[in-house]
Design a protein around this ligand. Structure first.
Ligand SMILES: *[C@@H]1O[C@H](CO)[C@@H](O)[C@H](O)[C@H]1NC(C)=O
Ligand SMILES: *[C@@H]1O[C@H](CO)[C@@H](O)[C@H](O)[C@H]1NC(C)=O
Ligand SMILES: *[C@@H]1O[C@H](CO)[C@@H](O)[C@H](O)[C@H]1NC(C)=O
Ligand SMILES: *[C@@H]1O[C@H](CO)[C@@H](O)[C@H](O)[C@H]1NC(C)=O
Ligand SMILES: *[C@@H]1O[C@H](CO)[C@@H](O)[C@H](O)[C@H]1NC(C)=O
Length: 451
C-alpha cells in the first residue's frame, strides 16, 4: 500500500505505565508521605530521601501489584456470562470507506449497558470513523477487542465539534482495550496544515488519536497506534492505569506527534508554534505517581517532563519514576523543561536504568526555556526538586552530556547523580554544564560536574 511506503517509523514504544492515584480507604501513599514529611530538603536529608525512595519503591511495588491484581480480575470473569457485541451486527461495513461511526456508537451503547461483562469486538477489517466519544459509566466490565484497524476520517471538518479528540473513552471503569489491532489517526491532512510545516497556516492543536479521560482501572495493551493527528495516546485524570506493549509509529516529519501523554489536567496545553519537539513520552502538569518502565524510543524523541509553566502558569508534577528505558538516536534523552515565568514544582522524580545511544545531551534540566525574547525576563520558575538519576549509561551525540541550566532565583535542589557513565560518541570525554544546582554524587559519575 502506498500508505505503508510513506510510513517511516520514528519511534516504537514498548511501555508499561502504571499511573495510580490511590483510592484505598486508608490511603497508603498519604501515610507514606506523612511519615516522610518533615524531611525537608537539606544536605543531611539526602540519605533519608534515598532511603525513602527505596522504601517508596517497595510500597510502589505493592501498590502496582495490588492495582494489577485489581485490573487483572478483569480477565477472570465467567466466560458463560460474557456477552459479545460485534460491530458487524450494527451495520459496520469495515471496507475502509464507509462511515462506520454510527455502528460503533450503537454497539458501544449496547455493550456499555450490558448487565453482564461484555466484549465489544472489532473484527479484522478496516473501519472508517469520525470522532467518537465512548462514554461511561457502564454497567459491567468491558473489553474492547480491536482485531482490525480503526482509521480516522481525514476530513478535518468532521472534527468541527471537538477538535481535540478522535477516539475518547470518557469516565469508564474496569475497561480493557486490546486485541492486537491498529488505531490509525490518518494524520497527513493535519500535518500538512500545521503551522510547523506551513508557516502561513494558523497554529491550532490537532486531535489526539486515543484519549482516556477520567477512566479508572484501565488496561490498554497489544495495540499499534500510528499516524496520530497530534498526540497518539493520552491519559487524563485516570486512575489505576496499565499500558503495555503499545507500539507507536509515525513518520519522522509529522509535527508534534507525541507518543504517550500523561496529564491530570483537563486541557493539554500544547502549543503548536512554541512546542518542543515531539516526545516518546511526555508527562505534563498534574501528573502524580507515574511509573514508566521498559520503554524503547528512537529514532525520534525522548522522555520529557514538561514543558511546565507555560504562560506564567502553575505546574505540579511529582512522584514520577522512569525505570528501564533505551533511547537510540533520539533528539533528547531524559529532560525536564520548564518555562521562565512559571510557578509550582516538579519534584520526586527518578530516572534509572537507562541506556542512551548517540543522544544529544542525554540528561538535561532546562529551567530557562523560552522561545520569545520578550518573555525571557521573568525570574519566577517552576521549582525542580529531588531528582535522582541512577545507572544511566551510553553515548552523547554532543560534547555536553549533562546539562543543568537552572534558574538563579529557583535553583534546582536535591539533584542526585549515581553511577552515570556518558561518553561522547566516538569515545571522547563529554562535558557537564551546571548552573544553579545543588547536587550529590554517589558512586562514579562521568562526566565530572563542577559547581
Ligand atoms: C516529595 O518527597 C518528600 C520526601 O522527601 C515529601 O516530603 C514531599 O511531600 C514529596 N513531594 C510531593 C510533591 O509529593
Ligand atoms: C463478527 O461478525 C462478523 C459478521 O457476522 C463475523 O464474520 C465475525 O466472525 C464476528 N466476529 C466475532 C468475534 O464474533
Ligand atoms: C504485542 O502486541 C502485538 C500486537 O500489536 C502482538 O502481536 C504481540 O504478540 C504482543 N506481544 C506480547 C509480548 O504480548
Ligand atoms: C520489562 O521487560 C522484561 C523482559 O522484556 C520483563 O521481564 C519485565 O517484567 C518487564 N518489566 C516491567 C516492569 O514490565
Ligand atoms: C512573572 O511570573 C509570575 C509567576 O508566574 C507572574 O505572576 C507574573 O505576572 C509574571 N510577570 C511578568 C512581567 O510576566
Amino acid at each position: 500500500m502506498a500508505l505503508q511506503k510513506y510510513l517511516i517509523p520514528f519511534f516504537i514504544i514498548i511501555i508499561n505505565i502504571i499511573s495510580f492515584n490511590y483510592s484505598f480507604p486508608e490511603n497508603p501513599l498519604e501515610n507514606f508521605v506523612d511519615e516522610a514529611s518533615g524531611t525537608g530538603y537539606d544536605s543531611q536529608a539526602y540519605p533519608s530521601y534515598l532511603r525513602m525512595i527505596g522504601d517508596g519503591n517497595d510500597i510502589f511495588e505493592d501498590l502496582i501489584k495490588q492495582s494489577r491484581d485489581d485490573v487483572s480480575s478483569l480477565k477472570i470473569f465467567d466466560q458463560a456470562a460474557v456477552s459479545t457485541v460485534n460491530v458487524s451486527d450494527f451495520g459496520a461495513e469495515g471496507d475502509g470507506e464507509t462511515d462506520d461511526t454510527e455502528a460503533f456508537e450503537k454497539a458501544w451503547m449496547v455493550a456499555c449497558s450490558s448487565d453482564t461483562a461484555a466484549v465489544l469486538v472489532v473484527p479484522q477489517k478496516i473501519y472508517w470513523l469520525k470522532p467518537i466519544r465512548f462514554s461511561g459509566p457502564c454497567e459491567s466490565q468491558l473489553t474492547v477487542q480491536i482485531l482490525g484497524t480503526l482509521e480516522a476520517s481525514d476530513d478535518r471538518s468532521d472534527f468541527s465539534k471537538d477538535g481535540g479528540h478522535w477516539l475518547i473513552f470518557d469516565s469508564v471503569r474496569n475497561l480493557l482495550v486490546d486485541g492486537g489491532g491498529a488505531i490509525n489517526g490518518n494524520g497527513k491532512q493535519w500535518w500538512q496544515n500545521s503551522c510547523k510545516i506551513d508557516q502561513s497556516k494558523p497554529c491550532r492543536d490537532a486531535p489526539t488519536a486515543l484519549t482516556f479521560y477520567k477512566c479508572k482501572d484501565l488496561i490498554v495493551k497489544n495495540l499499534k497506534i500510528q499516524d496520530a493527528q497530534q498526540i497518539h495516546v493520552s491519559f487524563q485524570k485516570c486512575k489505576n492505569v496499565q499500558a503495555s506493549n503499545l507500539s507507536i509509529t509515525a513518520p519522522e516529519k509529522s509535527p508534534n506527534t507525541d507518543g504517550i501523554h500523561v496529564t491530570n489536567t483537563q486541557n493539554i496545553h500544547h502549543n503548536l508554534c512554541y512546542s518542543h519537539r515531539d516526545d516518546c513520552i511526555s508527562i505534563v502538569s498534574g501528573s502524580e505517581n507515574v511509573q514508566a518502565s521498559n520503554i524503547t524510543c528512537g529514532p525520534g524523541h525522548g522522555i520529557s517532563i514538561g514543558s511546565l509553566g507555560a504562560g506564567n502558569s502553575e505546574a505540579i508534577v511529582s512522584e514520577v519514576t522512569v525505570n528501564g528505558a533505551k533511547l537510540m538516536g533520539t533528539t533528547n534523552g531524559v529532560r525536564i523543561k520548564t518555562w521562565q515565568g512559571g510557578s509550582g514544582s516538579a519534584s520526586n522524580i527518578t530516572f534509572e536504568n537507562i541506556e542512551m545511544h548517540n543522544v544529544p545531551t542525554p540528561i538535561i534540566i532546562d529551567q530557562n526555556y523560552c522561545d520569545r525574547k520578550k518573555h525571557c525576563k521573568n525570574r519566577s520558575a517552576v521549582q525542580v526538586e529531588n531528582v535522582v538519576y541512577k545507572n544511566i549509561k551510553g553515548t552523547s551525540a554532543s560534547d555536553v552530556a549533562l546539562k543543568f541550566d537552572c534558574s538563579k532565583s529557583f535553583p534546582c535542589l536535591g539533584i542526585v547523580l549515581q553511577d552515570i557513565k556518558l561518553e561522547r560518541q566516538g569515545g571522547k570525554t563529554a562535558k557537564a554544564l551546571c548552573n544553579n544546582i545543588d547536587f550529590t554524587i554517589i558512586g562514579v559519575v562521568s562526566p565530572i560536574l563542577y559547581s
